[in-house]
Each structure stands twice: as structure tokens, then as C-alpha cells.
Design a protein around this ligand. Structure first.
Ligand code: GAL
Length: 958
């Protein structure tokens, strides 16, 4: 017996819906009217799908006491929680898995909007009228003027309904009932917030008699002849014009003419028009041919290398409801960071985003709105993609994506979905897509046999495995062995990281079969929160959640680039600028797939102890793709005892649509004269002075040997430090059974090391303090000797560390930590790597120079606080009246809280400045890796527990 109300049976039906028009291309007409129904709508949220009847859809219904919300929008992100809260799960369904049934508690938002037809609209008898919904999560039923029009599922896909027979000039009542959960939710188990609502545009379109219905622009490019072929198939006959090419042809007719091709690097679009008897529709035509040839993805005859990102739609206040400027900001940020490809993980984006990709130039993998990841918990049993009852819904989703987006030159690959196991439904989708559009390739990661796909695709494979795949030594089905390879996800950008990008890039560039990769992911999905700064999973009291796994992007939630994006930009730069070790020659290599270098200008400068000597132009020829040249550099200064580097930068020569002239695209740097060693003559002896000992400018506690002061600068608790606030990548993902050092470090007690004093030994020319640093409960320890010497004005500390016992794990860091009084230490300058943070496997973008910043500016605001902000290769740093020279160079960080406070914080708002600035001078840091989802750091970035010795020279600045 069913207790459900028959009126809401559709919610739990596997059917994609009823009443909608067939899917078609998305376009904006030049002359047919359209009316945006975005804006303020009335809203009533009920706890269950059938709590209310459909009386609210009636014309006379009085909804004046309902709340108001903004459409497009998610109701859980409006009204300060009165309409419910967001829920974040990675792959678990947040409800019992019993497809297609959903919980009785099914938040249901009744939306209501009254509208008039604007002045000057055509008479209602002229042609038809269509209501278009670009995205509603997860299931909607709609009524116009009291008449039921049908219902639909497929949250990030468009749905249109014919409404001409129901419209009135004035007082139209559009009622939309939106259910948070539906059978469709089983197909939408992407790793993101569950956010119900009408989150994309709602539009009323006039469809004039004789107007355009659906059309398919076929625009290919023959790289041998240099000719483009254009054919526009249209449901309604008409003419196609492209003035710049002199084209005026009938629909269905093929025209061939010389063209400039479209590529992501050279996104040439030709403006055209499709004209039918009743309508004119603008076309933006890009000629390009995508094919699988010689086992490679080729565009216009050349293999491409994807330097990509996975982009979810996200805004910290409006969720997946994005305005055009936010979409444009994403595209501009991608272009400015050398990104050339985007996978629309894991659903078709707002259609305007694809217009921007066409215009600015990005390769797009357009992914269908399909993921059934939660079924992995039951070994994929009952997976909808392998159950033919669901196949119509899957085919409906494939068709809605392909039909909507088929006219975008940027879309080169269709993706069937993400993490949906394998099954007949996916095969049916692939077959349908191939039948409809043979001009693009098909992608799906989840099927390692590649039965349905044209590309072998994986996620988070290790460097070693990718190398094997590149060499063709990975085996697999015969079909797979013939296919090119991409990593549709890699380099999990959660928190500090991802590490290892440069190592991946070297591998991709070494093997033709490897055609690039897409970082997971573009932006942190933090939700702006009044108390927490940015909220993540669990902050809304969810029953099941996956914490800050939803904050794993290259951008912070407010779209500020994280150090990960700066690193990515450097690693994927399309021009390689490398020294040959002589200091006099630079090798420039063109890494573009299609462009020469004529759009760039090159400049170089020398710097002496970090101070640039003035930039000059460097002549580099245009260089064809793949080409390289050696360019002689003018001789530099000899340094006179200082260190000298040259830097060469490639800058945009002219303004482009995405960045102004002078925008830096690539750079290289080489040290020509190395740094002279720092020496301090040990000419002073420690002198007892009551309870203290003095040594040059240093004042020490006579009993403990602890440093108290250097000149007039108070110093507290200077001692060996091996702990860092574990990063998301240190902690690793809970499901990983291989070694995860964050938890192991805690098990070993590296966060609670004790310091035993073994001896304070004033000598003739040094003060030696002997200690053993070790955690309670373990025999492992670090014999640590601090040796202080002075020449009278400077104080040199040499730290020697010898591990004891059976160290089976690397250290998080090794160096010293000390505190300085807050008031004096608010600004730092240093000569070393910068301007941003760097770690052993995230240091490609760290440029040697003379940098400065406030303590605040040295912090990287990861949404979940963790180790951050280290500057690499620091020769010297100054803060709080002290200068510190490293021997060798060191890792520098400084913050207004302790590592322990940083480690304990869950949100940035938990961190409050104390009265001390804590400074870390590190000899070593453990690598970062990508283990929050993928592999850990490569072994060469491990900070193994080994005997080490390192020194710092302290002096007082004026
Ligand atoms: C992948 C998945 C993404 C995301 C990522 C981890 O398995 O496709 O949606 O969950 O892992 O952040």
C-alpha cells in the first residue's frame, strides 16, 4: 500500500518528466521578443512534497503573506536559514538509498510570480510562446494561470514549455513547485552542496510564426587546404549569412572558403546570421575540426595538450546561481593563469559560460548532469546507469546537453557524466551522442575498458602510473591501448597545495599519448557565513557531511587566487625560459600548440642581492609551436660579493580581450653569481652576568641557556621545532589505506615534543646548549645541540640535530621557532623566494627577489586553517628589529598565533592575534603532495629524519 499522494507520484518516478518541448539549441534571437522572469518571487516552503495542494497555482490565490526570494537562487541560501539549510556530502546520498524513493521529509518550495506582457509585444495570436527554465534543482512542476503544464527533472539542463494558449496580456500567474529530493536526485550525486531552487534564468520567449526552431552549425576546418566548410542544418529553412566570408547560403547547403580557424589560443569567431521567414538569429561561428587520429586528440590536424581545470559553478553567496560577470571573472582568471581547458564538472554550465569560452578561447569538456557515486557503497548494485528503467532519463539528459550546446566551437568533447559506475545506460548515451554529433569525441572516466569512450581518462593516478601510461606499458583492453590519455582530475587543490604539479607537467610533455590534465578543482565552495567567515560541510548541522572536502579549489571562495593557482600558472606556462647554467644564454621554447610567439615581447633584467637593475627588451624571434631558440644575454654586473640573477619575462605585447599589454605570461630566472657564505668570526666568549649570560648582543638565561634578548629585541622560547599544523594533504583522505603522515605524526606525538635540557656549556668562544627533543611514550628522539657564537655585533646559531631510535616516518618540518613582541614586529622584508608561499613540491612560482609585506599579508587564508605562508630560499629576512641571515638559505614564516592554535582552528575566525609574533626559520619542510584525494608527495620531497646542521646569523637593525 502506498501512502503517497498520487498528485506527487512524479517526484519518485524514474521518468524525466512530461509536458516539456523537445530539447534544442540555446540561442538569443535578434528580433523575437523575450521577457526575463528573474527577480522577486513569492515563496512558501513545506516540509513534504504533498503538504499543500495546488490551490496556490490558481489565478485568484492570495500569496501576499508569503516570503519573497530572488530567482535565480537557492531558497536555502536566502532568508537566513528560515527556509532550511544547505547540505554537503561528497558521495553519500544524504537520504536512505532505495531508488527511486526519496524521504517523506522533502523540502518543497512553492514559487509564484505574477507578470504582464510588456508593451509592444506581439499579439497572442502571432506565433507561439515558450517558457524556458535553464536550471531547477531537483524536480519541478509548473502551472500557468492555473493550468498544469507538466513536470521535469534534470537540474542543470534546460526545459521549455509551450504556453501560448494560456497567456494573457496581463496578470499571468506562473506557479512552480520545486522539490528538493526526487528520483532525479539519484542521478545527481555530485560532490557539492545540495541546493534546491530555481537557480538559473526563467524566460518567456515569443516564437514568431516562421521563426527558428532548432539548428546545428557544422563548421569544420581543413588544415591542409586552409579552408573552412560551413553547413547550418535548420528545422526551419532559411538562409545563412557570414559577411566577413561573403557567405550567403541556404540552410543545409555546404559552403567552403578560406578561413582563420578557431582554437583556444586563437579563438576566431565569425559573426553570421540565420534568417528564416519569421526570425533572425545571430551566429558566432568558429571553424575547427576535432578528431581522433594516430591515437591522439587532434584539433585542426594538431595534437593538443590540455592545461585544464575542473569548474563547478560557485559563488559564496548565491551558490550555483551565477551572474554573467562572475562567469566572465572565471574565464578571465583562467586565461590570465595560462589555463587552456575546462571540464564543466559535473554538469553543463550556464549556457552563457560556453559563449565566453567560445569568445576568449578555452577547450571545453562539456559534462552531462549525471553522477550516481553513492551506489559505490553497495558495490554499484542497483546503479541506475545499469538499469534500463532509467535509460530514458539518461538519454533525456544526454540529449538536453548536446542539443543545447552543440553550436559551441569551444566544446570539443562530450562527457557522459562522472562517477556513475558502468552500465548499459552509459552505452546508450554514448551511442545516441555519436549518432547525433560525430564531430566531437566522447569522454567518461569511470569505464577503464573504454568501451564507450574515445579517450582513456583517469583521476588522481600517481606520477609513476602516468609515466607508464605515457610509455604505453599500462596494458588494458585493446581499444584502450589505442587511445590517448588524459587525467580528467588530478592535483587535488584542497588547502595548502597541490604539490607535484611541475613533476606531472614534465611527464605530460614527455609522452605524446598524454594529452594533459585538469586540476581538481577551480574554486572552493565555501559559503559566506556571518560567524564563520566561510562555512563548509557540517557547519549547518548536517547529519552526514564531508567537512571541508568541499573547499578544494585553486581560488578561495571570493575568487582570490590561491598559491596553488599561481604555481599552476607557472608550471603550465606556454613558453619555457631556461638558463643553460652559463649565465650568458637563455633557451626559449614555444609550448603553444598553435600560436607563434609574435604576440609576446620579452624583457630581461639582472638583480644584485635581490635589487633589479632595470629591465631591457630581449629580441626573440616569432618561433613556431614546438620551436626553440638560444638567445644570448648581455653580460651582467659581477656582483662585487653580492649574489646576481638574471630574470627573463614574456609579456603580452598588445592588449588582448583577456589581459592588457604587459601582462606576464611566463618567466625564467638563473643565478649567475652565487651568494657568498655568511661568516661570523667567533671572537667573543660568554660572560656571566647575574642570572644571565651575555655573548656579543645575545643575552641568555644562565641556567637554561635560553636566548632572552638580542640587542634590545626580546626573544622568547627559541628552540627546535618539527611540528606544522597539518595540511589537508598531510591528513589525507579517510579512505586511503596507504601511508598518511598527518595522522601518523600525531600518533608519534610530533605535535607534543618535550625538550630535555642536558647541558649549558659556556666555552671560550661559544655557548653550547645540549638537549634531547622527544615525544612522551616513544624512544625516538632528536639530540639537538645549539651552538652560539658572536663577533661582538652578530650572533650566530648553529643547530645540530641527530635522530635517535627507529624513525620510520619523515618530519613535518625542521627548524627553530621563536616569539617576538607583537608591537614591533608587524612588517617583514626578505631576499628570497616570493612573493607568495612555497613548499618543496610547490615552489615553481617562487621567484627570487627582494620582497616585503605585513605579517597579515604573509598568511594564506585557507578556509580550514593549516600550515601556510612559508617563503622558500630565504637568504635573509628582517622583522621586529632583527635581521636573520641563513646559512644555508631557509624557509621563513611568521604569524600572530602559534602553530598549535593554527592546528586547532576550524575556521579563520577562530584565529585571534596574541601579543607575540611567532617566527619559524626552517631548514626543511616535508612535501605537500595531493593526498587529500590523490597521491602523497614524491619520495624526493620527503623530509627524512637524518642528521642535519644549519645556521642563522642574527643582528640588530636600526
Ligand atoms: C573525484 C570526483 C570529484 C570530487 C573529487 C574530490 O572523485 O569526481 O567530484 O569529489 O574526487 O574532491
Amino acid at each position: 500500500m502506498s501512502l503517497r499522494t498520487p498528485a506527487v507520484d512524479y517526484v519518485e518516478s524514474v521518468s524525466p518528466g512530461s509536458g516539456a518541448l523537445p530539447p534544442r539549441a540555446w540561442y538569443a534571437s535578434s528580433d523575437a521578443k523575450s521577457l526575463s522572469l528573474n527577480g522577486r518571487w513569492r515563496l512558501r516552503v513545506s516540509a513534504t512534497a504533498d503538504a499543500e495542494d495546488d490551490a496556490f497555482a490558481a489565478e485568484g490565490y492570495d500569496a501576499r503573506d508569503w516570503a519573497e526570494v530572488t530567482v535565480p537562487g537557492h531558497w536555502v541560501l536566502q532568508g537566513d536559514g528560515v527556509f532550511g539549510s544547505p547540505v554537503y556530502t561528497n558521495h553519500l546520498y544524504p537520504f536512505p538509498v532505495d531508488p527511486p524513493r526519496v524521504p517523506t521529509e522533502n523540502p518543497t518550495g512553492d514559487h509564484r510570480r505574477v507578470f504582464d506582457l510588456p508593451e509592444g509585444w506581439p499579439d497572442l495570436s502571432e506565433g507561439g510562446f515558450v517558457l524556458r527554465f535553464d536550471g531547477v534543482e531537483s524536480c519541478a512542476r509548473l502551472w500557468l494561470n492555473g493550468t498544469d503544464l507538466g513536470e521535469f527533472k534534470g537540474s542543470r539542463l534546460p526545459h521549455e514549455f509551450a504556453v501560448g494558449h494560456l497567456l494573457k496580456p496581463r496578470g499571468n500567474v506562473l506557479a512552480v513547485r520545486v522539490h528538493q529530493w526526487s528520483a532525479g536526485s539519484y542521478l545527481e550525486d555530485q560532490d557539492q552542496w545540495w541546493l534546491p531552487g530555481i537557480f538559473r534564468d526563467v524566460t518567456l520567449l515569443h516564437r514568431p510564426a516562421g521563426g527558428v526552431l532548432d539548428f546545428f552549425v557544422h563548421a569544420s576546418y581543413d588544415h591542409v587546404t586552409g579552408e573552412g566548410a560551413l553547413r547550418v542544418d535548420s528545422d526551419v529553412d532559411g538562409r545563412v549569412t557570414v559577411p566577413a566570408l561573403g557567405i550567403d547560403a541556404a540552410t543545409g547547403e555546404t559552403v567552403t572558403t578560406p578561413v582563420r580557424p578557431w582554437t583556444a589560443e586563437t579563438p576566431t569567431l565569425y559573426d553570421g546570421e540565420l534568417v528564416t521567414e519569421g526570425e533572425r538569429v545571430p551566429l558566432r561561428i568558429g571553424f575547427r575540426t576535432v578528431e581522433l587520429a594516430d591515437g591522439l586528440i587532434k584539433v585542426n590536424g594538431r595534437p593538443v595538450l590540455f592545461k585544464g581545470v575542473n569548474r563547478h559553478e560557485w559563488h559564496p553567496e548565491t551558490g550555483r546561481a551565477l551572474d554573467l560577470e562572475t562567469m566572465r571573472a572565471d574565464v578571465l582568471l583562467m586565461k590570465r593563469h595560462n589555463v587552456n581547458a575546462v571540464r564543466t564538472s559535473h554538469y553543463p554550465p550556464h549556457p552563457a559560460f560556453l559563449d565566453l569560452c567560445d569568445e576568449y578561447g578555452l577547450w571545453v569538456i562539456d559534462e552531462c548532469d549525471l553522477e550516481t557515486h553513492g551506489f559505490v557503497e553497495q558495490d554499484w548494485r542497483d546503479n541506475p546507469v545499469d538499469d534500463e528503467r532509467w535509460t530514458p532519463a539518461l538519454l533525456d539528459r544526454a540529449a538536453r546537453m548536446v542539443e543545447r550546446d552543440k553550436n559551441h566551437p569551444s566544446v570539443v568533447i562530450w562527457s557522459l557524466g562522472n562517477e556513475a559506475g558502468t552500465g548499459r545506460g552509459l552505452t546508450a548515451m554514448a551511442e545516441w551522442i555519436r549518432g547525433r554529433d560525430a564531430s566531437r569525441l566522447v569522454h567518461y572516466e569511470g569505464d577503464v575498458s573504454c568501451r564507450d569512450t574515445d579517450v582513456y581518462s583517469r583521476m588522481y593516478a600517481s606520477h609513476e602510473e602516468v609515466e607508464r601510461i605515457g610509455q604505453g606499458l599500462d596494458g588494458g583492453t585493446h581499444r584502450r591501448r589505442e587511445l590517448p590519455f588524459i587525467l580528467c582530475e588530478y592535483a587535488h587543490a584542497m588547502g595548502n597545495g597541490p604539490g607535484g604539479l611541475a613533476d606531472y607537467q614534465r611527464i605530460f610533455e614527455a609522452h605524446d599519448r598524454l594529452q594533459g590534465a585538469f586540476v581538481w578543482e577551480w574554486i572552493d565552495h565555501g559559503i559566506r557565513h556571518p560567524e564563520l567567515g566561510y562555512a563548509y560541510g557540517g557547519d549547518f548541522g548536517e547529519e552526514l557531511h564531508d567537512g571541508n572536502f568541499v573547499c578544494d579549489g585553486l581560488l578561495f571562495p571570493d575568487r582570490t587566487p590561491s598559491p596553488g593557482l599561481v604555481e599552476f600558472k607557472k608550471v603550465i606556462e606556454p613558453v619555457r625560459i631556461e638558463g643553460d647554467g652559463t649565465g650568458g644564454t637563455v633557451r626559449i621554447t614555444n609550448g603553444y600548440d598553435f600560436s607563434d610567439l609574435s604576440h609576446l615581447r620579452f624583457e630581461f633584467f639582472h638583480q644584485v642581492d635581490g635589487v633589479p637593475t632595470g629591465a631591457r627588451a630581449l629580441a626573440v624571434g616569432p618561433l613556431a609551436p614546438g620551436g626553440s631558440a638560444e638567445v644570448k644575454l648581455p653580460a651582467g654586473p659581477d656582483g662585487e660579493g653580492d649574489e646576481v640573477q638574471w630574470t627573463v619575462r614574456a609579456l603580452l605585447a598588445e592588449d588582448t580581450s583577456w589581459a592588457p599589454a604587459g601582462h606576464p605570461v611566463a618567466w625564467g630566472q638563473e643565478t649567475v653569481v652565487p651568494r657568498a657564505p655568511v661568516t661570523v668570526a667567533a671572537s667573543r666568549r660568554p660572560v656571566p652576568d647575574g642570572p644571565s649570560l651575555t655573548l656579543g648582543p645575545g643575552v641568555f638565561d644562565a641556567r637554561s641557556g635560553a636566548l632572552k634578548r638580542i640587542g634590545g629585541v626580546d626573544v622568547t622560547r627559541l628552540r627546535l621545532d618539527v611540528w606544522r599544523a597539518t595540511t589537508d594533504n598531510d591528513d589525507g583522505a579517510s579512505w586511503q589505506d596507504d601511508t598518511r603522515y598527518g595522522p601518523l605524526w600525531r600518533t608519534y606525538g610530533l605535535h607534543r615534543m618535550r625538550h630535555r635540557l642536558d647541558g649549558v656549556e659556556p666555552g671560550d668562544d661559544a655557548l653550547t646548549v645540549r638537549t634531547r627533543v622527544a615525544p612522551a611514550g616513544r624512544e625516538t628522539g632528536l639530540r639537538t645541540v645549539y651552538r652560539w657564537t658572536s663577533d661582538g655585533t652578530r650572533l650566530r646559531l648553529t643547530v645540530s640535530v641527530a635522530p635517535e631510535g627507529d624513525w620510520t616516518l619523515p618530519l613535518p618540518r625542521i627548524g627553530v621557532r621563536f616569539g617576538l613582541a607583537q608591537a614591533s614586529a608587524d612588517h617583514v622584508q626578505w631576499f628570497g623566494g616570493g612573493p607568495g608561499e612555497a613548499y618543496p613540491d610547490t615552489r615553481a612560482a617562487s621567484m627570487l627577489g627582494w620582497w616585503d609585506g605585513s605579517i597579515e599579508e604573509l598568511q594564506t587564508p585557507y578556509v580550514r586553517p593549516q600550515e601556510n605562508g612559508a617563503r622558500a630560499d630565504v637568504r635573509w629576512a628582517e622583522l621586529g628589529g632583527l635581521r636573520i641571515d641563513g646559512d644555508p638559505a631557509f624557509w621563513f614564516s611568521a604569524r600572530r598565533w602559534t602553530t598549535e592554535q593554527l592546528d586547532a582552528a576550524r575556521h579563520l575566525t577562530d584565529l585571534t592575534p596574541g601579543d607575540t609574533v611567532w617566527v619559524n626559520l626552517d631548514h626543511g619542510q616535508h612535501g605537500i603532495g595531493s593526498q587529500s584525494c590523490g597521491p602523497g608527495p614524491l619520495p624526493r620531497y620527503f623530509l627524512n629524519a637524518e642528521p642535519v646542521e644549519f645556521s642563522f646569523v642574527f643582528s640588530v637593525t636600526d
